[in-house]
Design a protein around this ligand. Structure first.
Ligand code: SF4
Length: 266
């Protein structure tokens, strides 16, 4: 284990020390395999950690490598995804696995060439699989940075990219939360925190994108249709024409005469 240099920023040093003692244990933290990290990161987008754990474990048992996933049909993949939401993620993950299986991983600078991999996920693969000193900046991390390091991140100590990245995830999820930050309830970064000292934590919170209502939404209607599609293989296309068109536009289904089928169905 790399020692935290005494010259390191005291806040960064405390963060690492805290994570080594109190960091959460998740199945994706027991691997440095790029494919496993990709699966976890895609599943964690917009889905809570606790819900992802059983999906991740089942997924990795069933498809332990990119080539195993590549060999599956889209219908199997979408069925396994049921309950995680935003099924376009599953389709992109499937496409990415096929690309990786066919031609290998792109270079570190080109990870965003993979379907569904944006700058955040590319940074997460670099950090959590490769151990690169890159800080994947999602909403939680951006919030911690804005509050605790408003003058900029002092830098990740050499060899500690993975620990720093994971520590930020835990801190943003459990302590430095959007609405109920636990500044004086044992936050490991309380000492020297400018936002807490100024009593201005909520004011120094970057605006969040509001999620629209789920009940009655197109997201819900798509989910209902896709659930039936993966369960039965086809569904009458005009049952919910708008939701059907939306699934087709996302490559999650295609119209075959009067019915909607999965894209890979003959
Ligand atoms: S002291 Fe408060 S604002 Fe500062 S890092 Fe901790 S939880 Fe966030």
């Amino acid at each position: 284990m790399t020692d935290v240099a005494s010259t390191c920023d005291p806040g960064v040093s405390r963060l690492i020390g805290w994570f080594r003692t109190d960091g959460a244990d998740f199945p994706w933290r027991r691997t440095r395999d790029r494919y496993a990290v990709l699966v976890a990161e895609v599943q964690l987008q917009s889905t809570q950690v606790g819900r992802v754990v059983p999906y991740f474990e089942a997924w990795m048992t069933r498809w332990p490598t990119a080539c195993d996933l590549a060999a599956a049909s889209l219908g199997e993949v979408l069925a396994a995804w049921q309950g995680l939401g935003y099924p376009r993620r599953a389709r992109n993950l499937h496409l990415a696995a096929r690309r990786i299986c066919d031609v290998g991983w792109p270079g570190a600078a080109d990870l965003t060439d993979l379907p569904g991999v944006g700058p955040y996920t590319a940074a997460a693969i670099r950090c959590f699989a490769d151990g690169a000193p890159v800080l994947p900046e999602d909403t939680n991390v951006a919030r911690v940075l804005a509050r605790r390091f408003p003058d900029g991140w002092p830098g990740t100590p050499q060899g500690l990219g993975w620990e720093v990245g994971q520590a930020f995830m835990d801190l943003g999820r459990e302590w430095c939360t959007a609405r109920a930050p636990r500044c004086d309830d044992g936050c490991p970064l309380r000492a020297g925190c400018p936002a807490a000292s100024a009593g201005a934590v909520l004011e120094r919170t970057p605006p969040r994108r509001r999620q629209s209502r789920f009940d009655g939404s197109m997201r819900q209607r798509r989910g209902v249709l896709l659930r039936e599609l993966t369960a039965h293989g086809s569904v009458v296309a005009d049952r919910d024409a708008a939701a059907a068109a939306s699934l087709v536009a996302d490559g999650l289904a295609r119209v075959d005469g009067a019915v909607l089928v999965l894209p890979e169905h003959p």
